[in-house]
Design a protein around this ligand. Structure first.
Ligand code: ADP
Ligand code: MG
Length: 333
């Protein structure tokens, strides 16, 4: 067996079991061979999984609580991007050794994120190897209401939540590639403690024709919508939402490039038919949600990035790809 000695059972009991109230629908909890759940009749189960590997998804020196938080948040973000509400998760924990202090911090960060996202840990696996965390997340959705990448139509408006490029700047600061400016803490937080846009994602299920979360840079992720929907788009560079701390750090044109290619922001990008656009903007304003219209879906294939003077920006590289030659050995941002 490639798993750890008897120590793993102690770890599960001390750091992962009985740390949260158990929902009534959870009939068999952590400790048996598998979890057993009731699922509401009119709802669909939405499932996603994301892995974070040391030296690929986070620098080796990242705090355990931040690693845990991010592992859960990125999964919740995928559920939000379907319009689903996160409910449960499982955790596969691969550790090089048992470090009690690291585990205590990790589980604190994990359950803080779980509470924020409304998720309950229902099982997992604990093994020895290079540090790696995998979460499988389970969400609920009224039947037939999933928002996929495939529904965008010419004329739909394109929106993004929050601001873009912050996490990529945060990574530069974490790696010491950039002096820590006034906004240093904010940018690092954006890298290490992303918050899934759960409320906006669930509400968007009412209006959005397509949706995705921005994890690899807007150009790559909007590109997935365009490809799946067989359409193209125009984006107004001047309208890309940039945070004040980011603006204080880099010139606008460099920031726009980071927003397009930087990744790790975990904002949502959705397309909304023009007939629903005014109501959607109104709803976001009333709820205080940060939402920005950045462009329009067009019939002609391709992503056109328009400067204010009408000229087009051409990108060298759309976003991070794990197996592309030019990212080998590089940290994902
Ligand atoms: P098995 O050998 O049957 O797979 P395990 O020893 O892997 O059993 O797990 C025992 C119980 O502990 C199971 O309910 C499993 O889901 C849970 N578990 C194992 N590792 C974790 C973890 N890191 N977090 C939460 N639950 C875990
Ligand atoms: Mg197991």
């Amino acid at each position: 067996m490639p798993t750890m000695s008897s120590g793993e059972f102690d770890i599960i009991r001390r750091y992962f079991r009985d740390r949260q109230p158990q929902p009534a629908a959870l009939r068999v909890a952590i400790g048996d061979d598998a979890a057993v759940l009731d699922w509401p009749a009119q709802q669909q189960l939405v499932v996603t999984m994301d892995t974070l590997n040391v030296d690929v998804h986070f620098p080796r020196f990242t705090a355990a609580a931040d690693i845990a938080w991010k592992t859960l948040a990125v999964n919740a973000s995928d559920l939000a991007a379907m319009g689903a509400v996160p409910r449960y998760f499982t955790l596969s924990l691969c550790l090089p050794a048992i470090d009690e202090r690291w585990l205590a911090e990790f589980s604190t960060g994990l359950f803080a994120a779980a509470e924020t996202c409304g998720m309950t840990l229902i099982g997992g696996d604990t093994t020895r190897g290079p540090l790696s965390l995998s979460v499988c997340a389970f969400g609920a959705l009224p039947a037939g209401r999933a928002v996929t990448r495939a529904g965008a139509r010419a004329g739909d408006l394109i929106y993004v939540t929050g601001t873009l490029g912050d996490a990529a700047l945060g990574l530069r600061q974490a790696l010491g590639d950039m002096p820590q400016g006034d906004g240093g803490d904010y940018l690092l937080q954006r890298l290490q403690r992303p918050t899934a846009r759960l409320a906006i994602g669930a509400a968007a299920a009412d209006v959005a024709s397509a949706m995705i979360d921005v994890s690899d840079g807007l150009a790559a992720d909007l590109g997935h919508i365009l490809h799946a929907s067989d359409v193209g788009a125009s984006v107004r560079l001047a309208d890309l939402p940039l945070s004040a701390p980011a603006r204080a750090t880099l010139p606008t044109d460099e920031l726009q490039l980071l927003a397009l290619t930087g990744g790790d922001d975990y904002e949502l990008c959705m397309t909304v038919p023009p007939a629903q656009a005014a109501a959607w903007e109104q709803r976001a304003r009333a709820a205080g949600w940060p939402l920005t219209a950045i462009g329009c879906i067009e019939a002609e294939a391709g992503l056109r990035l328009r400067r204010a003077d009408g000229s087009l920006l051409l990108l060298q590289r759309a976003g991070y790809q794990h197996f592309s030659a030019d990212t080998a050995g590089e940290l994902k941002s």
